[in-house]
Design a protein around this ligand. Structure first.
Ligand code: C6P
Length: 407
Protein backbone atom coordinates (compact mmCIF):
# COMPACT_ATOMS: atom_id res chain seq x y z
CA UNK A 1 0.00 0.00 0.00
CA UNK A 2 1.10 3.59 -0.70
CA UNK A 3 -0.07 6.35 1.59
CA UNK A 4 0.31 10.03 0.79
CA UNK A 5 0.14 12.14 3.95
CA UNK A 6 1.86 15.29 2.72
CA UNK A 7 -1.15 17.16 1.41
CA UNK A 8 0.01 20.47 2.93
CA UNK A 9 2.97 20.30 0.53
CA UNK A 10 0.80 19.56 -2.48
CA UNK A 11 -2.23 17.48 -3.40
CA UNK A 12 -3.14 15.06 -6.14
CA UNK A 13 -4.94 16.86 -8.94
CA UNK A 14 -8.51 15.60 -8.80
CA UNK A 15 -9.26 13.56 -11.98
CA UNK A 16 -12.43 15.67 -12.43
CA UNK A 17 -10.16 18.74 -12.56
CA UNK A 18 -7.84 17.12 -15.11
CA UNK A 19 -10.87 16.32 -17.24
CA UNK A 20 -12.14 19.92 -17.42
CA UNK A 21 -8.61 21.16 -18.22
CA UNK A 22 -8.05 18.72 -21.08
CA UNK A 23 -9.76 20.57 -23.99
CA UNK A 24 -7.72 23.73 -23.40
CA UNK A 25 -4.41 22.22 -24.49
CA UNK A 26 -5.05 21.15 -28.08
CA UNK A 27 -8.63 22.15 -28.93
CA UNK A 28 -9.52 25.47 -27.28
CA UNK A 29 -5.96 26.71 -27.27
CA UNK A 30 -6.50 30.28 -28.52
CA UNK A 31 -5.02 33.24 -26.70
CA UNK A 32 -7.90 34.85 -24.77
CA UNK A 33 -6.57 38.30 -25.72
CA UNK A 34 -6.95 37.57 -29.46
CA UNK A 35 -10.01 38.94 -31.19
CA UNK A 36 -10.65 35.93 -33.44
CA UNK A 37 -12.92 33.10 -32.41
CA UNK A 38 -10.03 30.90 -31.30
CA UNK A 39 -9.34 33.44 -28.60
CA UNK A 40 -12.85 34.57 -27.75
CA UNK A 41 -14.18 31.01 -27.51
CA UNK A 42 -12.18 30.63 -24.26
CA UNK A 43 -13.98 33.58 -22.63
CA UNK A 44 -17.03 31.75 -21.26
CA UNK A 45 -14.75 29.19 -19.61
CA UNK A 46 -12.58 31.86 -18.04
CA UNK A 47 -15.70 33.68 -16.86
CA UNK A 48 -16.93 30.47 -15.27
CA UNK A 49 -13.62 29.88 -13.49
CA UNK A 50 -13.62 33.42 -12.12
CA UNK A 51 -17.21 32.96 -10.90
CA UNK A 52 -16.25 29.69 -9.24
CA UNK A 53 -13.49 31.43 -7.27
CA UNK A 54 -15.73 34.36 -6.29
CA UNK A 55 -18.46 31.98 -5.12
CA UNK A 56 -16.05 29.78 -3.16
CA UNK A 57 -14.66 32.77 -1.25
CA UNK A 58 -17.94 34.75 -1.08
CA UNK A 59 -16.09 37.69 -2.61
CA UNK A 60 -18.16 40.73 -3.58
CA UNK A 61 -18.50 42.08 -7.12
CA UNK A 62 -16.44 45.10 -6.07
CA UNK A 63 -13.45 42.89 -5.26
CA UNK A 64 -10.82 41.65 -7.69
CA UNK A 65 -9.49 38.11 -8.00
CA UNK A 66 -6.36 38.06 -10.13
CA UNK A 67 -4.82 34.77 -11.28
CA UNK A 68 -1.10 34.38 -10.67
CA UNK A 69 1.35 31.49 -11.08
CA UNK A 70 1.32 30.48 -7.39
CA UNK A 71 0.98 31.81 -3.87
CA UNK A 72 4.67 32.67 -3.77
CA UNK A 73 4.00 35.16 -6.57
CA UNK A 74 0.88 36.49 -4.83
CA UNK A 75 2.79 37.00 -1.56
CA UNK A 76 5.71 38.69 -3.35
CA UNK A 77 3.30 40.90 -5.24
CA UNK A 78 1.55 42.24 -2.13
CA UNK A 79 4.71 42.84 -0.12
CA UNK A 80 6.78 44.40 -2.92
CA UNK A 81 3.94 46.53 -4.23
CA UNK A 82 2.96 47.84 -0.81
CA UNK A 83 6.64 48.77 -0.45
CA UNK A 84 6.56 50.49 -3.82
CA UNK A 85 3.20 52.23 -3.31
CA UNK A 86 3.39 53.34 0.34
CA UNK A 87 6.97 53.08 1.60
CA UNK A 88 9.31 54.21 -1.19
CA UNK A 89 7.71 57.68 -1.15
CA UNK A 90 8.44 57.97 2.56
CA UNK A 91 4.83 57.98 3.69
CA UNK A 92 5.27 54.79 5.75
CA UNK A 93 8.26 52.63 6.67
CA UNK A 94 6.98 49.61 8.55
CA UNK A 95 5.54 46.14 7.86
CA UNK A 96 4.33 43.68 10.49
CA UNK A 97 4.40 39.93 9.96
CA UNK A 98 4.97 36.84 12.10
CA UNK A 99 7.93 34.59 12.84
CA UNK A 100 6.12 31.56 11.44
CA UNK A 101 5.14 32.68 7.93
CA UNK A 102 6.04 30.68 4.86
CA UNK A 103 9.46 31.53 3.31
CA UNK A 104 7.71 33.34 0.44
CA UNK A 105 6.70 35.97 3.02
CA UNK A 106 9.73 35.78 5.31
CA UNK A 107 12.39 35.92 2.56
CA UNK A 108 10.57 38.78 0.85
CA UNK A 109 10.46 40.64 4.17
CA UNK A 110 14.19 40.08 4.64
CA UNK A 111 14.78 41.52 1.17
CA UNK A 112 12.59 44.49 2.04
CA UNK A 113 14.68 45.06 5.17
CA UNK A 114 17.72 45.33 2.88
CA UNK A 115 15.82 48.07 1.04
CA UNK A 116 15.42 49.95 4.33
CA UNK A 117 11.95 48.77 5.42
CA UNK A 118 11.41 48.18 9.13
CA UNK A 119 9.88 44.75 9.60
CA UNK A 120 8.47 43.44 12.86
CA UNK A 121 8.36 39.63 13.08
CA UNK A 122 5.73 38.96 15.72
CA UNK A 123 6.25 36.07 18.13
CA UNK A 124 3.57 33.41 18.37
CA UNK A 125 2.04 32.13 21.57
CA UNK A 126 2.52 28.60 22.91
CA UNK A 127 -0.10 27.28 20.51
CA UNK A 128 1.75 28.73 17.55
CA UNK A 129 -0.62 31.57 16.71
CA UNK A 130 -0.21 35.30 16.94
CA UNK A 131 -2.63 37.01 19.28
CA UNK A 132 -4.67 40.01 18.08
CA UNK A 133 -3.53 42.23 20.97
CA UNK A 134 0.10 41.56 19.99
CA UNK A 135 -0.62 42.78 16.45
CA UNK A 136 -2.38 45.86 17.84
CA UNK A 137 0.47 46.76 20.15
CA UNK A 138 2.99 46.93 17.28
CA UNK A 139 0.95 49.03 14.82
CA UNK A 140 2.25 52.60 14.54
CA UNK A 141 1.44 55.60 12.34
CA UNK A 142 4.18 54.36 10.02
CA UNK A 143 2.81 50.84 9.55
CA UNK A 144 1.84 50.21 5.94
CA UNK A 145 0.87 46.54 6.10
CA UNK A 146 0.14 43.66 8.43
CA UNK A 147 0.72 40.21 6.87
CA UNK A 148 -0.45 37.20 8.90
CA UNK A 149 -1.11 33.70 7.55
CA UNK A 150 -4.67 32.34 7.78
CA UNK A 151 -3.55 28.86 8.82
CA UNK A 152 -0.12 27.38 9.42
CA UNK A 153 1.26 24.94 6.85
CA UNK A 154 3.28 23.25 9.59
CA UNK A 155 0.92 22.97 12.56
CA UNK A 156 -2.45 23.56 10.90
CA UNK A 157 -3.25 26.15 13.59
CA UNK A 158 -5.86 28.66 12.43
CA UNK A 159 -5.00 32.29 13.14
CA UNK A 160 -7.55 34.84 14.48
CA UNK A 161 -7.88 36.56 11.12
CA UNK A 162 -11.30 38.10 11.81
CA UNK A 163 -10.07 39.86 14.96
CA UNK A 164 -6.79 40.98 13.35
CA UNK A 165 -8.77 42.26 10.34
CA UNK A 166 -10.96 44.39 12.64
CA UNK A 167 -7.87 45.87 14.29
CA UNK A 168 -6.30 46.73 10.92
CA UNK A 169 -9.54 48.29 9.70
CA UNK A 170 -9.84 50.40 12.86
CA UNK A 171 -6.20 51.52 12.58
CA UNK A 172 -6.38 52.14 8.82
CA UNK A 173 -3.60 49.65 8.04
CA UNK A 174 -3.65 47.33 5.02
CA UNK A 175 -4.09 43.66 5.92
CA UNK A 176 -2.77 40.71 3.89
CA UNK A 177 -3.30 37.07 4.74
CA UNK A 178 -1.51 34.13 3.18
CA UNK A 179 -4.58 31.94 2.77
CA UNK A 180 -2.81 28.98 1.14
CA UNK A 181 -3.56 26.48 3.90
CA UNK A 182 -7.02 27.82 4.68
CA UNK A 183 -8.73 27.95 1.28
CA UNK A 184 -10.38 24.57 0.65
CA UNK A 185 -9.79 23.39 4.24
CA UNK A 186 -11.91 25.78 6.30
CA UNK A 187 -14.60 28.26 5.41
CA UNK A 188 -13.08 31.47 4.00
CA UNK A 189 -15.84 34.08 3.75
CA UNK A 190 -14.42 37.34 2.48
CA UNK A 191 -17.56 39.29 3.25
CA UNK A 192 -17.43 38.20 6.86
CA UNK A 193 -13.76 38.98 7.45
CA UNK A 194 -12.02 42.28 6.73
CA UNK A 195 -8.89 41.47 4.76
CA UNK A 196 -7.44 43.52 1.89
CA UNK A 197 -5.38 40.82 0.16
CA UNK A 198 -5.50 37.01 0.29
CA UNK A 199 -3.02 34.70 -1.46
CA UNK A 200 -3.88 31.18 -2.57
CA UNK A 201 -2.49 28.30 -4.63
CA UNK A 202 -4.62 25.77 -6.56
CA UNK A 203 -2.39 22.75 -5.95
CA UNK A 204 -3.19 22.84 -2.23
CA UNK A 205 -6.84 21.96 -2.92
CA UNK A 206 -6.53 19.31 -5.65
CA UNK A 207 -6.03 21.78 -8.48
CA UNK A 208 -2.99 21.90 -10.78
CA UNK A 209 0.42 23.26 -9.81
CA UNK A 210 1.47 26.53 -11.44
CA UNK A 211 -1.67 28.58 -10.82
CA UNK A 212 -2.75 30.67 -7.87
CA UNK A 213 -4.59 33.88 -7.21
CA UNK A 214 -4.58 37.10 -5.26
CA UNK A 215 -7.83 38.46 -3.84
CA UNK A 216 -7.88 42.27 -3.70
CA UNK A 217 -10.64 43.86 -1.64
CA UNK A 218 -12.64 46.60 -3.38
CA UNK A 219 -10.29 46.27 -6.39
CA UNK A 220 -8.00 48.76 -4.67
CA UNK A 221 -4.82 50.00 -6.31
CA UNK A 222 -1.73 47.81 -6.04
CA UNK A 223 1.02 48.38 -8.56
CA UNK A 224 1.74 45.30 -10.69
CA UNK A 225 4.59 42.91 -9.99
CA UNK A 226 4.79 41.89 -13.64
CA UNK A 227 4.60 44.68 -16.21
CA UNK A 228 3.61 43.90 -19.77
CA UNK A 229 0.40 43.40 -21.71
CA UNK A 230 -3.14 44.27 -20.81
CA UNK A 231 -4.13 40.96 -19.30
CA UNK A 232 -6.16 41.06 -16.10
CA UNK A 233 -6.69 44.78 -16.55
CA UNK A 234 -2.90 45.38 -16.44
CA UNK A 235 -2.83 43.96 -12.93
CA UNK A 236 -0.90 40.83 -13.89
CA UNK A 237 0.52 40.68 -17.39
CA UNK A 238 1.31 37.48 -19.27
CA UNK A 239 -0.87 35.30 -21.52
CA UNK A 240 -3.60 33.77 -19.43
CA UNK A 241 -2.95 30.14 -18.48
CA UNK A 242 -6.41 29.02 -19.56
CA UNK A 243 -6.23 25.28 -18.75
CA UNK A 244 -4.85 25.94 -15.30
CA UNK A 245 -7.30 28.75 -14.52
CA UNK A 246 -10.18 26.52 -15.61
CA UNK A 247 -8.70 23.76 -13.43
CA UNK A 248 -8.39 26.08 -10.45
CA UNK A 249 -12.05 27.10 -10.84
CA UNK A 250 -13.21 23.50 -10.84
CA UNK A 251 -10.88 22.57 -7.97
CA UNK A 252 -12.05 25.37 -5.68
CA UNK A 253 -15.67 24.55 -6.46
CA UNK A 254 -15.14 20.88 -5.59
CA UNK A 255 -13.18 21.75 -2.43
CA UNK A 256 -15.65 24.28 -1.04
CA UNK A 257 -19.13 23.34 -2.22
CA UNK A 258 -19.60 20.81 0.56
CA UNK A 259 -16.76 21.83 2.80
CA UNK A 260 -18.34 21.10 6.20
CA UNK A 261 -19.26 17.55 5.27
CA UNK A 262 -15.97 16.82 3.48
CA UNK A 263 -13.91 18.22 6.32
CA UNK A 264 -15.91 16.34 8.97
CA UNK A 265 -14.86 13.11 7.25
CA UNK A 266 -11.22 14.16 7.04
CA UNK A 267 -11.28 15.34 10.65
CA UNK A 268 -12.63 11.97 11.84
CA UNK A 269 -9.75 10.16 10.12
CA UNK A 270 -7.19 12.69 11.36
CA UNK A 271 -8.47 12.38 14.94
CA UNK A 272 -8.39 8.59 14.79
CA UNK A 273 -4.80 8.67 13.56
CA UNK A 274 -3.83 11.25 16.17
CA UNK A 275 -5.46 9.33 19.04
CA UNK A 276 -3.70 6.15 18.00
CA UNK A 277 -0.27 7.79 17.72
CA UNK A 278 -0.70 9.54 21.06
CA UNK A 279 -0.93 6.11 22.68
CA UNK A 280 2.83 5.96 22.17
CA UNK A 281 4.77 7.18 25.21
CA UNK A 282 6.39 10.63 25.16
CA UNK A 283 4.54 11.74 22.09
CA UNK A 284 3.15 15.25 21.66
CA UNK A 285 0.98 17.03 19.14
CA UNK A 286 1.23 20.78 18.57
CA UNK A 287 -1.96 22.75 19.13
CA UNK A 288 -5.51 22.02 20.14
CA UNK A 289 -7.11 19.92 17.40
CA UNK A 290 -10.30 22.01 17.43
CA UNK A 291 -8.23 25.07 16.48
CA UNK A 292 -6.41 23.36 13.62
CA UNK A 293 -7.27 22.77 9.99
CA UNK A 294 -9.04 19.41 10.01
CA UNK A 295 -6.36 17.58 8.04
CA UNK A 296 -3.13 18.39 9.90
CA UNK A 297 -1.05 16.85 12.71
CA UNK A 298 2.43 17.99 13.75
CA UNK A 299 3.62 15.26 16.07
CA UNK A 300 6.81 14.91 18.09
CA UNK A 301 8.12 11.63 19.35
CA UNK A 302 10.73 12.12 22.00
CA UNK A 303 14.00 10.43 21.15
CA UNK A 304 13.09 9.86 17.49
CA UNK A 305 14.75 12.17 14.96
CA UNK A 306 12.30 13.48 12.36
CA UNK A 307 14.57 12.58 9.44
CA UNK A 308 15.04 8.99 10.66
CA UNK A 309 11.30 8.65 11.05
CA UNK A 310 10.66 10.04 7.57
CA UNK A 311 13.13 7.60 6.11
CA UNK A 312 11.42 4.69 7.86
CA UNK A 313 7.96 5.90 6.81
CA UNK A 314 9.21 6.27 3.25
CA UNK A 315 10.45 2.68 3.32
CA UNK A 316 6.92 1.73 4.26
CA UNK A 317 5.59 3.72 1.25
CA UNK A 318 4.22 6.50 3.47
CA UNK A 319 4.90 10.06 2.35
CA UNK A 320 5.08 12.59 5.21
CA UNK A 321 7.38 15.52 6.02
CA UNK A 322 9.21 17.17 8.86
CA UNK A 323 7.63 20.51 7.97
CA UNK A 324 7.48 22.83 5.01
CA UNK A 325 8.52 21.00 1.81
CA UNK A 326 10.64 23.92 0.64
CA UNK A 327 12.76 23.74 3.81
CA UNK A 328 13.11 19.96 3.85
CA UNK A 329 16.56 19.79 2.32
CA UNK A 330 18.24 21.24 5.37
CA UNK A 331 18.41 19.22 8.55
CA UNK A 332 17.73 22.15 10.83
CA UNK A 333 15.24 22.04 13.66
CA UNK A 334 11.64 22.85 12.77
CA UNK A 335 11.53 26.65 13.03
CA UNK A 336 7.84 26.78 13.92
CA UNK A 337 8.39 24.40 16.82
CA UNK A 338 11.27 26.56 18.02
CA UNK A 339 9.02 29.62 17.72
CA UNK A 340 6.41 28.05 20.00
CA UNK A 341 9.01 27.33 22.64
CA UNK A 342 10.12 23.75 21.97
CA UNK A 343 13.79 23.17 22.70
CA UNK A 344 16.23 22.20 19.98
CA UNK A 345 16.02 18.48 20.63
CA UNK A 346 12.24 18.37 20.50
CA UNK A 347 12.18 20.61 17.43
CA UNK A 348 14.18 17.95 15.58
CA UNK A 349 11.49 15.35 16.14
CA UNK A 350 8.49 16.94 14.42
CA UNK A 351 6.63 14.95 11.76
CA UNK A 352 3.87 16.61 9.76
CA UNK A 353 1.04 14.34 8.65
CA UNK A 354 -1.53 16.01 6.39
CA UNK A 355 -4.57 14.19 5.02
CA UNK A 356 -6.89 14.91 2.12
CA UNK A 357 -10.35 13.93 1.00
CA UNK A 358 -8.72 11.04 -0.86
CA UNK A 359 -7.20 9.54 2.32
CA UNK A 360 -8.94 6.24 3.14
CA UNK A 361 -9.60 4.43 6.41
CA UNK A 362 -7.42 1.55 5.24
CA UNK A 363 -4.55 3.99 4.72
CA UNK A 364 -5.02 5.31 8.25
CA UNK A 365 -4.97 1.76 9.67
CA UNK A 366 -1.83 0.95 7.72
CA UNK A 367 -0.14 4.20 8.82
CA UNK A 368 -0.95 3.62 12.50
CA UNK A 369 0.54 0.16 12.34
CA UNK A 370 3.66 1.15 10.42
CA UNK A 371 4.22 4.34 12.45
CA UNK A 372 4.11 2.50 15.78
CA UNK A 373 6.52 -0.16 14.55
CA UNK A 374 8.85 2.51 13.16
CA UNK A 375 8.94 4.32 16.51
CA UNK A 376 9.75 1.06 18.29
CA UNK A 377 12.52 0.28 15.79
CA UNK A 378 14.07 3.75 16.00
CA UNK A 379 13.82 3.92 19.76
CA UNK A 380 15.52 0.53 20.02
CA UNK A 381 18.36 1.74 17.80
CA UNK A 382 18.82 5.01 19.71
CA UNK A 383 18.74 3.31 23.14
CA UNK A 384 21.37 0.76 22.09
CA UNK A 385 23.41 3.66 20.69
CA UNK A 386 22.97 5.58 23.94
CA UNK A 387 24.37 2.61 25.90
CA UNK A 388 27.56 2.72 23.85
CA UNK A 389 27.88 6.47 23.60
CA UNK A 390 26.08 8.27 26.41
CA UNK A 391 25.34 11.90 25.68
CA UNK A 392 27.45 14.09 27.92
CA UNK A 393 25.62 16.43 30.23
CA UNK A 394 22.11 15.07 30.28
CA UNK A 395 19.79 12.15 30.37
CA UNK A 396 18.25 10.98 27.14
CA UNK A 397 14.91 12.62 26.55
CA UNK A 398 15.62 15.51 28.90
CA UNK A 399 14.14 18.31 26.91
CA UNK A 400 11.86 21.21 27.46
CA UNK A 401 8.30 20.46 26.39
CA UNK A 402 5.95 23.41 26.28
CA UNK A 403 2.95 22.44 28.44
CA UNK A 404 0.45 22.88 25.59
CA UNK A 405 2.21 20.10 23.70
CA UNK A 406 1.71 17.54 26.41
CA UNK A 407 -1.22 15.24 25.69
N1 C6P B 1 3.91 25.24 1.38
C1 C6P B 1 4.63 23.16 2.38
O1 C6P B 1 5.19 22.05 2.34
P1 C6P B 1 3.48 27.83 -3.71
O2 C6P B 1 4.65 26.94 -3.62
O3 C6P B 1 3.83 29.16 -4.22
O4 C6P B 1 2.32 27.21 -4.42
O5 C6P B 1 2.96 28.01 -2.21
C2 C6P B 1 3.82 28.60 -1.27
C3 C6P B 1 3.20 28.61 0.09
C4 C6P B 1 2.83 29.82 0.64
N2 C6P B 1 2.24 29.89 1.84
C5 C6P B 1 2.00 28.79 2.57
C6 C6P B 1 1.35 28.92 3.91
C7 C6P B 1 2.37 27.53 2.08
O6 C6P B 1 2.11 26.44 2.81
C8 C6P B 1 3.02 27.43 0.82
C9 C6P B 1 3.52 26.11 0.34
C10 C6P B 1 4.38 23.90 1.10
O7 C6P B 1 4.27 23.64 3.44
C11 C6P B 1 5.53 23.86 0.18
S1 C6P B 1 6.93 24.72 0.81
Amino acid sequence: MQVYLDNNATTMTDPQVVEVMQPFFSELYGNPSSLHKFGTSTHPYLRKAIDQVYTALNASDDDDIVFTSCATESNNWVLKSVFNDYIVNGEKDHIITTEVEHPSVLSTCRWLEEQGVKVTYLPVNEEGIVEPHTVKSFITEKTALVSVMWASNETGMIFPIKEIGEICKEKGVLFHSDGVQAVGKISVDLQDVHVDFVSMSAHKFHGPKGVGALYIKDSQALSPLLHGGEQMGHRRSGTLNVPYIVGMGKAIELATSNIEETMAKIRAKRDRLEDALLELSDTFVVGDREKRTPNTILISIRGVEGEGMLWDLNNGQIGASTGSACASEDLEANSVMLAIGADNELAHTGIRLSLSRFTTDEEIDYTIDHFKKAVARLRAISSSFAKVAPTPGGEAGECHIPHHMAH
